[in-house]
Every structure is written in structure tokens, then in C-alpha cells.
Design a binder for this molecule. Sequence first.
Ligand code: AKG
Length: 273
Amino acid sequence: MLSAAELEQYTREGFVIKRGWFSPAEVSALIRFAQDDPEMLARVTGRLDSEGNQTKLSLWDDPPQNLFGFFARSRRLVEPATQLVGEEIYHYHSKLMLKEPHTGGAWEWHQDYGYWYNYACLRPAMISCLIALDRADRENGCLQVLPGSHDLGRIDHGKVAGQTGADMERVDVLLARQSPTYVECEPGDVLFFHCNLLHRSDANRSPRSRWSLICCYNARSNSPYKPARHAAYQPLELTDESRMAAAVLEIANRPSRSAQDKSVPATAPLANP
Ligand SMILES: O=C(O)CCC(=O)C(=O)O
């Protein structure tokens, strides 16, 4: 559970970080599992940034009965996210972000609710939880956030290269007043952030990959008012920690590709996540 100080920080800044929230064994099992998961690999799509670099992601709405689902339904994400949203939440979607060495592209400034507003969600009662799977730093394009920007409400979004970004006239004014925070993370750290928090990331200029799993939740009362992209309300069945521990152990004992070899093929671009 989050402390009063963490809740207060989230209200003020729009994000809170829990360090070492998942163990090294859990993170390496997730990476290993991902490298060999045909369903995840089949969903990998690419998106171009304004410099023509491609960044890849794989996205799904229903938490599967495997390690990806165990993370998304874990009490370690669901309980703090419920506290932060302030009411019952459900799994909206998850995505594996695959920023590859040297080539992984940037993400332009945006708010997640800048996308999700268009998917029939009436209120910004939504949250993202980013689990760092690799070390994330300035070199490999860690997330940048504008603290407090969640308080601005939803900013208009428009096309920026192959992506959808926030109105840069406003973002530039904000950037003249305030510097972004670079959210540097170690594997296993989790960033909980509000769906109106402005964020972006640079291209990966390093020889290291930057993978992360982002699990997104919506308030039950905010389920899309008509059929739309991403999941409508379904009760969240919490992960049994002993099943997760058994899965982590089983995956650790599997023969697998080298942990360094994280190359994945990308298919066509998709709609906004
Ligand atoms: O992980 C990143 O670099 C950016 C992710 C992001 O902005 C998003 O998923 O909304």
C-alpha cells in the first residue's frame, strides 16, 4: 500500500515511483518469457517518430493466464493503482515497450488520456504503471515527465509523424517554465502515473535495449460508454503470488535465447495505444 506521503506526491506531481517493486528473478523471467512467447511476438508493431526511427510495442487488452497476466493482476500494481484512482479499477490494456539498441525511436509529448478520451472514456480516472525491465536512463531513452502537468486537464492532441502528440504550442510554454524530470529506473522499479501527466521519451542512442511493461487500468465507473478500443469493465482476478513464484522458477529453468538477444520483428503500425 502507498503511504500518505506517496499519495500526496501523486496528487501534487501526478506520479510516484516504487523502487525494487519486482525482484530481479521476476524481471528476468518476464524477459525470458517474452522472448519466446509467440502471442506477444505476433502482436509486435512499429511506430515511427519524427526522425523516422521506429519504436516497437506489443499490446493486449485481456490479461493472459501467463506471466504477463500475473504481473498485470498482481496486488503490487493493483492495490496502489486502486488507491491512486480512488475507486475500483479494472485492466484496460497492457503493452510491452521494446526500445531497441541504437534504433528504438522517440515518443512525442503526450497524455495517455489524450488518446483514451477518444476511446469513449468520460473521465481521466485512469492510470498507467510502467515496470522497468531494463535499466532506463537518459542514454537509452528513459521516460520524461512534466511534474504537475496532470492538473492541466486534457490538452488537444494531433498528428506528429507516425504518432499522436500533445499541442506543442502549450507544451513549449510549459517547458519554458519548468524542466522535465527524467525518470531513471533500475529493472523492477515501477512508475505509477496519472493519465493526464505529459510524458515523452528520447530515441535509444545506446547499445542497450530499453524494455518496459506498462499496465494500464481504468475505473470501473469509467468503462467506455460504447464499444471502443481497449477493454470494457471486467472484474480483476488478483494473482496468486505462489502461482507467480512457481511460474518464475519454471521459466528460469527453461533453456532460452541469450538475455542479450532481444531483437523482435515488427509488423504494421497500429492505432494509438
Ligand atoms: O516507454 C516509452 O518510452 C513511452 C511510453 C509512452 O509514452 C506510453 O506508452 O504512453
